[in-house]
Ligand binder design. Sequence first.
Ligand SMILES: NC(=O)c1ccc[n+]([C@@H]2O[C@H](COP(=O)([O-])OP(=O)(O)OC[C@H]3O[C@@H](n4cnc5c(N)ncnc54)[C@H](OP(=O)(O)O)[C@@H]3O)[C@@H](O)[C@H]2O)c1
Length: 497
Amino acid sequence: MPRFSRLVLASACLVGSATAFEQLAGFKMPSLQGMKKAAENKAKFGDKKLAIVTGTSSGLGRATVKHLLRTGEYHVIGAVRDLDKMEAIAELDELNMDLFTPMYCDLNDFSCVRKFCEDVVKFANEKPLDRLVCNAALYQPSLDYPKWSADGIEQQMQSNFLSHFLMISLLMPHMKGAVGPRITMVGSVTGNDNTVGGGGVYPVADLKDLDGLKAGARNPISMMDGYAFNGAKGYKDSKLALMMLSNMLHDKYHRQTGIAFSSIYPGCIAESPLFREKRPWFRKYFPVFMKYITGGYVGEDEAGQRLFQVMHDPRCSKSGVYWSWNGGPREGRGAEAIEKGGQIAGAGGAGGGWDSIYENDQSDKVLDKRKAERLWDYASAVVGAEWPEANQPKSPCPTLKVVGLATSFLERREEAKRMAVRPGIDGTPVMVADDKAGAMLDREIGFLKSLQSKLLGELPETAVKGSMIDNGVASVPRPTSILRPGSEEYTVTLKRA
Ligand SMILES: NC(=O)c1ccc[n+]([C@@H]2O[C@H](COP(=O)([O-])OP(=O)(O)OC[C@H]3O[C@@H](n4cnc5c(N)ncnc54)[C@H](OP(=O)(O)O)[C@@H]3O)[C@@H](O)[C@H]2O)c1
């Protein structure tokens, strides 16, 4: 068989065995400790998925827990700032406490978030986490001055965005091994300015150049953009940042971890306590306005169904999506709901149910990847988050690993040589250690190169002369060996520089 055909055959076998290897890579000899933990977890959680939801003591979070527990498929950890309130709510909602574990977490305090994550990890006992929902939020649009967190950060910026950012960095590594894990941000139409609710009502979400976050975002800096405080804008900016974060996580980690990252707009839950800081007349008429004029109204229970759907529906295992739901009273959804046996629910026929879910468009600001990178870096610095390297999945093929190891050694030496001079930039040679092994390797590489040109033949004329615009004289020759301090070539290059 000709050599080339043998090579093709060999690579085909490697591809085949790589797939098989990939499938087998997950199987490991279980350790005694591992088997003990698995047995403990089976007794503690059964086959339930482990879901963490922040802000389960009110509104959307509260309603979502009810829907999750109804399925009997989840054990929910509720992150709350008031355990007594949560206990009362759990009693009112008749929650099955075998399936629900409230844990203390004040998002206005980074040390508390860190402690919460430690508690979750301890509680999970190495059972992988299946769901994380960043739902809790504060809305403080009424005062003309900011309220500060325990860390001296404007509260909406910290509770809604930064603390969830930190929480994800701490819990995401513990989702490894989960089947179809998901992380969901509760976003808002107000953070997405390609809508009437987001772009048509002053103030509009806009992180500008993120100067406030870059400068550390501590008192007296109260806004991510670094300009004067505006409470309503602070809330909208925090939602914009969360939605950008969802996309960033998708880009960086979806392929590597299999986690589905998404954000949602649950609809306008106009009667939820989120609006507690608005004036009484606003709280009275806002739901009416949303129900009968704009059509954006949704009741707490239906909003809960929506968030539950994103955590549960197989359709929502798709990553990088901003989920929303169609429907509104002006579209006659009330009548339609009756026709569909109540499938489309919602007071006054407002809102759309399970089947009206769709992948909504995201605004240019949400999709701004360059700004999202800066948001990521500055937020990481502020909260002290550490993230796993964002690698694409690696080939599991063992042959490639061996070849890669040898290549990376040569690559380092050759690159050190190539990088010794930067023509047109600084000309100063980079100092490279004068080691004997290096010199030997240079000789070996030289020998391999001459062997290579003998085996492969001379370079074609076109490679030497084609597209020539400087009569064949390279402007700065590539160094032929590593420049070692003290060597003649090193001194010549220094003088030239
Ligand atoms: N309401 C709407 O129209 C609407 C529209 C779009 C998006 N959303 C989003 O939906 C989510 C839920 O809002 P909601 O309407 O359900 O409001 P909500 O009833 O006020 O619920 C917010 C939850 O967050 C908790 N929370 C607030 N600050 C916290 C902190 N520092 N530490 C821990 N927990 C804290 C609250 O705890 P307490 O019970 O102790 O107050 C509460 O459980 C939010 O992300 C919101 O931005 C709401």
